[in-house]
Each structure stands twice: as C-alpha cells, then as structure tokens.
Design a protein around this ligand. Structure first.
Ligand code: S3P
Length: 186
C-alpha cells in the first residue's frame, strides 16, 4: 500500500473501527480514530458531549480534529465518526489527507449490528429504522463525494475487506468513482 494515510468513512455500524484496527495491524500502520481523539480531548464520552455541549459543538470539534490531522499525520489508518464527512470543508480535508475509503452499508445491516446500542446519541429513542433510513438517504451521496474507493461491507468479513483494501490500494474502484463523478458533472 502507498504510504499516504488511509481514511475510513461511512455510516454508524459500517465497521470503520474494526476494519481500521485490522487494516492497521495488517499494514503495519498506526491507527487513529477521530471519535477517540475527541473523547480524550474532552475527557467525556461521545454521548456525554452530545448531552452537555450539543451536536453542533461536537461537529465543530470534529472539524478541528480533521484540520489538525491534515497538518500532522502521515502513513496512518484513520477511522472517522459517521457524521464527519457531512460538512463540505471536511470532505475536502479528508481527500487531501489521503485515500478515502467509503465502507457502504445497507440499513438492515446497521439495524442488526446496532440493536440495543446505547452509545450513538443520534439513534436513541423513536423509530430507529426510520432514522437510519433517513440518515442514510441523505448521507450516502455525501460519503460517495468524499470517497476515492467504495467497498460494500454487508456480505463481507473484516478480513475480506482488509484484503480488498490492501490488494486494490485505492486504485480500481477509484476510477469507477471518478468516472461517476465526471458523468455527474457532465
Ligand atoms: C455519528 C457517528 C458516531 C459518533 C457520533 C455521531 C454520526 O461515530 O461520531 O455518535 O453522526 O453518524 P461512529 O460512526 O463510529 O458510530
């Protein structure tokens, strides 16, 4: 794999953290996780940050963290919080930071994996199925915009995904994303 950073983006439950850990190990790179960096900096969990400071403050911190990584980080695997690519400025920063891999997940997989989860403030209470659907419909095009490579995770194990990432090294699917982008732009 090239020595630039590899950044994993995608929805909650897509496996960014577990794929990140396995990829870091397999490629001998350090692993950074934006949610963990934010929790350390705030000395609070993500749930506490949402409860005490609110989502907007969390998003500001996310943007600061990714700007800082852009100055300081090379050759790492970076897993990100599911909402980090929502701001255009962050999508631009992510693409400058390295190869961006979108781990694409279907709503039914998210629901199965996150059943009973209490750590994602955006999915607590109400109709979780509808929330996941709505968020995915809005976010998937934004994840695609940020991505150099897209990997569908639903039918794949963590090991299979890592193998794909090491073998393709952002190249094969990259062209497909670029083609689609060119088509969309006419
Ligand atoms: C969020 C995803 C979470 C965390 C926060 C908000 C989101 O990270 O950053 O709860 O907006 O999708 P994971 O994607 O690691 O669950």
């Amino acid at each position: 794999m090239s020595r630039e950073n590899v950044i994993l983006i995608g929805f909650m439950g897509a496996g960014k953290t577990s794929v990140g850990q396995a990829l870091a190990k397999a490629s001998g790179r350090p692993l950074l996780d934006t949610d963990s960096l934010i929790e350390e900096e705030a000395s609070m969990t993500i749930s506490q940050i949402f409860a005490v400071q609110g989502e907007q403050a969390f998003r500001e911190t996310e943007s600061r963290v990714i700007a800082r990584l852009l100055d300081q980080t090379h050759g790492a695997v970076i897993s990100t919080g599911g909402g980090l690519p929502l701001r255009q400025e962050n999508r631009e920063r992510l693409r400058k930071l390295g190869t961006v891999v979108f781990l694409r997940v279907k709503p039914e997989t998210v629901l199965e994996r996150l059943k009973g989860d209490t750590t994602r403030p955006l999915l607590q209470g109400g109709d979780v199925e509808e929330k996941v659907q709505d968020l995915l419909t809005y976010r998937d095009p934004l994840y695609e915009q940020a991505a150099h490579q897209v990997v569908d995770v639903d039918e794949r194990t963590v090991e299979e995904i890592v193998r794909i990432l090491i073998e393709t090294d952002g190249s094969e699917e990259d062209r497909r994303v670029e083609d689609r982008r060119e088509e969309a732009e006419g």
